[in-house]
Design a protein around this ligand. Structure first.
Ligand code: FAD
Ligand code: UDP
Length: 400
């Protein structure tokens, strides 16, 4: 869109923006109302209360804190993640140190196997994967590199999630590991998705079989939910769960709003719905000590409807005679979990972002509010940066 069109959008949004509600005598007043008790909302609330001394009300429509990272024990006392497996990893010392104020950690390096051709092979594709699949005997990185080069199909300009993989490993491995999985997960072909999606998964010529290579890889020792409890445990923070923010906003007054829900929902879908991909989870308790050889097994074939199975004991280190697992079934309907990275969706988001920029008293933070396929650590980083900008602006105002 041209600059002029963007200006017009901003002006239109400014004219219609919902005013914040100034203090009145009969309603409880908060400095900040935070919508959403996930990573984005909880980090913002903690900083605002603890660092800036603000009085904060956090609301969430779900009956619990933690957002999508919420975990809980099942009827047998075995921890599982209600919204699918969450594995913490980051290269940021700052983010790891910040979260370490609220939890101890259990070191955990994530490993994933893919179920292909009746074998379980390492994913990301590495030298072991190649040797197992092709009965090969590639001994060095050099040999594996040459092997992949002989299969790779050059692509002029890497634009899509298909280009990323085909240009590195060729069509056969692309189809085996990526095409079916992606079609299931996103309901569209990798060629229709931005390159950033499959770029999340590397290809290796060594035998490193870890899913992530980040400096810090660990799980909160007592679970994510306990970590969130510690973050939100502050005399300046009030919490209301199982409520829509639109209902709460009538009952209280506040100066600033932090919004971490879907940005298109906030603006009443003015420009149309932003596409989000959802999942249905099938949680099971299995009456055996171990179900599968690693925490996650991926099922890239379109012959099975789920994408992966997670066994939580590997993440938590819990010992028990039974084990908890989750199947993930992708779906178009349901809670918004994944923003769908493709150019037309980004363009639609930009229209909402322009409206957001016209709301100086509202801060949009998190995966849904900024429509970004962010990991947990990236959301924490974004929230900390947003808070720093908020604080700097406040200090500037006070100085003026
Ligand atoms: P959310 O956690 O979605 O929190 C937003 C909250 O706002 C929700 O609780 C919602 O109920 C509430 N809300 C929204 N609208 C309203 C409203 N109108 N009124 C009241 N409340 C409202 N990241 C990793 O780093 N590692 C992983 O292994 C990993 N695995 C994942 C697996 C799955 C299946 C999914 C879906 C995500 C995974 N992620 C992972 C990403 C991670 O979940 C997110 O980065 C993070 O949880 C986003 O936090 P958030 O606060 O932005 O959003
Ligand atoms: N992917 C794939 N096959 C796999 C693993 C991943 O095709 O075995 C693709 C798929 O499109 C997936 C994306 O790579 O959505 C990113 O994978 P990641 O494991 O990071 O997904 P997430 O944990 O965020 O669901």
């Amino acid at each position: 869109e041209t600059a002029a069109q963007m200006q017009a959008l901003i002006a239109e949004a400014a004219a219609e923006r919902r005013a914040v509600q100034p203090a009145t005598s009969f309603k409880p007043h908060y400095d900040v109302l935070v919508v959403g008790a996930g990573f984005a909302g909880s980090v913002m609330a903690e900083r605002l209360a603890n660092d800036a001394g603000k009085k904060v009300l956090v609301v969430d429509r779900r009956p619990h804190i933690g957002g999508n990272a919420y975990d809980l024990p099942n009827e047998d006392g075995i921890l599982y993640h209600l919204y699918g497996p969450h594995i913490f990893h980051t290269n940021s010392e700052e983010i790891f140190a910040y979260l370490s104020r609220f939890t101890k950690w259990r070191p955990y390096e994530h490993r994933v196997l893919a179920d292909v051709r009746d074998m379980l092979v390492p994913m990301p594709i590495n030298r072991t994967t190649l040797n197992m699949l092709y009965g090969a005997n590639l001994q060095t990185e050099d040999e594996a590199e040459k092997f992949l080069e002989s299969r790779a199909e050059p692509v002029d300009e890497i634009k899509t999630s298909a280009d990323v993989v085909v240009s590195k490993v060729g069509t056969e491995l692309y189809k085996l590991f990526f095409q079916g999985y992606t079609r299931k997960q996103w309901g569209m072909d990798p060629s229709e998705l931005d390159k950033s999606v499959t770029s999340r998964v590397p290809t290796r010529t060594n035998t490193d079989d870890r899913y992530f290579t980040d400096t810090f890889q660990a799980m909160p020792l007592d679970g994510f939910t306990r970590m969130f409890e510690n973050m939100l445990d502050h005399p300046n923070i009030d919490l209301r769960l199982g409520v829509e923010w639109e209902d709460v906003r009538r009952e209280v007054t506040y100066d600033k709003l932090v919004f971490t829900g879907p940005i298109d929902e906030y603006f009443g879908y003015r420009h149309g719905k932003l596409p989000y991909r959802s999942l249905r989870f099938r949680h099971e308790t299995i009456d055996q000590e171990v179900f599968q050889p690693v925490a996650v097994v991926n099922y890239p074939s379109e012959d099975v409807p789920y994408t992966r199975i997670t066994e939580y004991k590997y993440l938590t280190g819990q010992l028990a005679p039974k084990t908890s697992i989750t199947y993930e079934y992708p779906s178009a309907e349901g809670d918004p979990y994944y923003p769908i990275p493709r150019p037309e969706n980004q363009a639609l988001y930009k229209r909402y972002e322009a409206m957001a920029l016209a709301e100086p008293d509202v801060l949009f933070v998190g995966r849904l509010a900024t429509y970004r396929y962010y990991n947990m650590d990236q959301v924490v980083g974004q929230a900390l940066a947003t808070y720093r900008r908020f604080k700097a602006a406040e200090e500037e105002r006070q100085d003026a």
